[in-house]
Design a protein around this ligand. Sequence first.
Ligand code: NAI
Length: 251
Amino acid sequence: SVAPSNWDKPLDGKVAVVTGAARGIGATIAEVLARDGAHVICADIPAAGEALAETANKVNGTAFPLDVSAPDAGSKLAEHALERHGGIDIIVNNAGITRDKLLANMDEGRWNSVISVNLVAPQSLVNALVEKDALRSGGAVVDVSSIAGIAGNRGQTNYGASKAGVIGLVDAYSPILKKKGITINAVAPGFIETKMTAAIPLATREAGRLMSSLQQGGQTVDVAETVAYFANPASNAITGNVVRVCGQGFL
Ligand code: NAI
């Protein structure tokens, strides 16, 4: 039967973690989840300092300095969540980096750092949370992939591989997490206007513009609202999916 409407605060009483929450897409995801009623643990690298504190203040949440690629990141997060909140309901693996180079110049350092932050971390964080029984039933994992993980992109073999890997991760995890009453889905944004894409040459940026039905460039809120949809308990039958947030003109 149709549940009574709790549309204003569908995440009331829930605890969410957003990685890479100091700025860009992650900061807006934190805002949207807080608007929907969640307490948001905002995680980002320690160097994000002030910016991280700002996001956490804005959403009335917790600033949690955490390098997601550190070997003990998952256990640190699980311990914090269990101690302070008795567990976590939602984790959004949003932290991500680019280290672009054309393939001929793609060195091991660039390859490894991108794979480590974008692909290994989303896997090891969720693994640690599950192992320590810190992810509550009825919860949701949302991973931020990219259209570059579906279509590929010049100069981004490392990034594209990491983001394609995230989609594989979602596929592999969904039956496992389903047994625990937890969904896992990915969003694959196209061009979104953030500091990450500000580094891209103007001509390429122009090609990514006009992506929404409103003929505007992609905004962080477009991704955040899609994440909120997956985090909403009403979406509990939706798992193992990838949603492109990229308008037309991509795949
Ligand atoms: P951004 O560079 O503006 O923000 C990324 C945040 O992640 C920063 O606050 C950064 O400090 C944090 N971060 C980086 N490494 C970290 C680590 N090891 N531990 C914890 N935090 C870390 O980037 P943006 O644009 O907001 O991207 C967010 C996510 O969306 C990334 O995963 C990115 O790959 C993905 N994405 C972005 C698109 C875009 O057009 N901006 C398109 C498709 C995907």
